[in-house]
Design a protein around this ligand. Structure first.
Ligand SMILES: C[S@@+](CC[C@H](N)C(=O)[O-])C[C@H]1O[C@@H](n2cnc3c(N)ncnc32)[C@H](O)[C@@H]1O
Length: 274
């Protein structure tokens, strides 16, 4: 927090009147070193199938690199007009303007539902203010990559720490962190599950509790609640075992339905609130 906050104080001294319109300042303009940009895109496994949105896009380097190196499409949203102009000019110059664009807008008010990848290098309190927006607007499986600051309480899919000389100029220290998160499907609630006949011939109630990617629960079988074990939720993919029984249940969450297999062989399904 101290690192980007110190840079923020410096930037406030040089802010113009146009920069001071009412909006929540999510951080000063401090570009991510190009090597960090490459790593962020690599960890997110960005490809030509992706639509990437950089929140607070600065000079546009993350979106431009995603388009140039990985063939992705996307946009950057940035509050400072001069940076938006610079990024759009770079897109034109590099022949990328048909795939990327940059808009002057407040990132908190921007519709991000189109994204398959979100990137950000913002102040730590901002990153955490965005958590609800991410869960509300992004589709399950969307990757979120944050430079330096974590989404508190959300277990990252991956996190990498490294030391970079480039960062000393920016933050005073070499430490650099990259966090990768995957937006989980919403699974909390009571589901009517049609289990494989060997487990239950009657519909069974599958009760799931969820906190971000952490899921726990039980299935009511023959009048007993059997706890779920080894429950994992990655995007829309759910897996679990039943305590004391063999076999792994896997399933894909499709809104209010789950379709899956036991041990990849026997189908099972569930319907929310069924
Ligand atoms: C630390 S820089 C990151 C730039 C770029 N994403 C990168 O990693 O190189 C943060 C950027 O967010 C912009 N910003 C701050 N608050 C914003 C807001 N509410 N809406 C849009 N952009 C904002 C700043 O102007 C700044 O350019």
């Amino acid at each position: 927090m101290m690192r980007l906050a110190a840079a923020m104080l410096l930037s406030l001294n040089t802010a113009t009147a146009a920069d001071l319109q009412p909006f929540k300042d999510a951080g000063p303009y401090v570009p991510s070193p190009q090597s960090v940009v490459s790593d962020m895109l690599r960890y997110a496994d960005v490809s030509a199938n992706d639509f990437l949105i950089d929140l607070g896009s600065g000079d546009g380097r993350i979106v431009l690199t995603a388009a140039k190196v990985f063939g992705a499409r996307g946009f950057g949203v940035e509050i400072k007009e001069d940076l938006v102009k610079r990024a759009n000019e770079a897109a034109q110059k590099e022949g990328l303007a048909d795939r990327v664009k940059f808009m002057k807008a407040d990132l908190f008010k921007t519709d991000i539902s189109q994204a398959t990848v979100i990137t950000m290098y913002l102040l730590p309190d901002t990153v955490n203010m965005l958590k609800e927006k991410f869960l509300g607007e992004l589709r399950p499986g969307t990757r979120i990559v944050s430079h330096d600051y974590p989404l508190t309480g959300w277990i990252p899919e991956k996190y990498v720490q490294m030391d970079l000389e480039d960062k000393v100029q920016i933050s005073g220290v070499t430490t650099t962190l990259i966090y990768l998160y995957i937006v989980p499907a919403k699974v909390a609630g009571k589901w009517e599950a049609h289990m494989p006949p060997a487990i239950s011939k009657q519909p069974a109630t599958l009760s799931l509790k969820q906190q971000l990617t952490r899921v726990s629960g039980s299935v009511r079988l023959d009048g007993h609640d059997v706890p779920l074990e080894d429950v994992k939720l990655r995007g829309d993919k759910l897996t679990f075992k039943l305590a004391g029984r063999k076999g792994e249940f896997s399933g894909t969450v499709k809104g209010s339905a789950i379709e899956g297999m036991l041990d990849g062989k026997t189908p099972w399904t569930a319907t929310l609130g069924g």
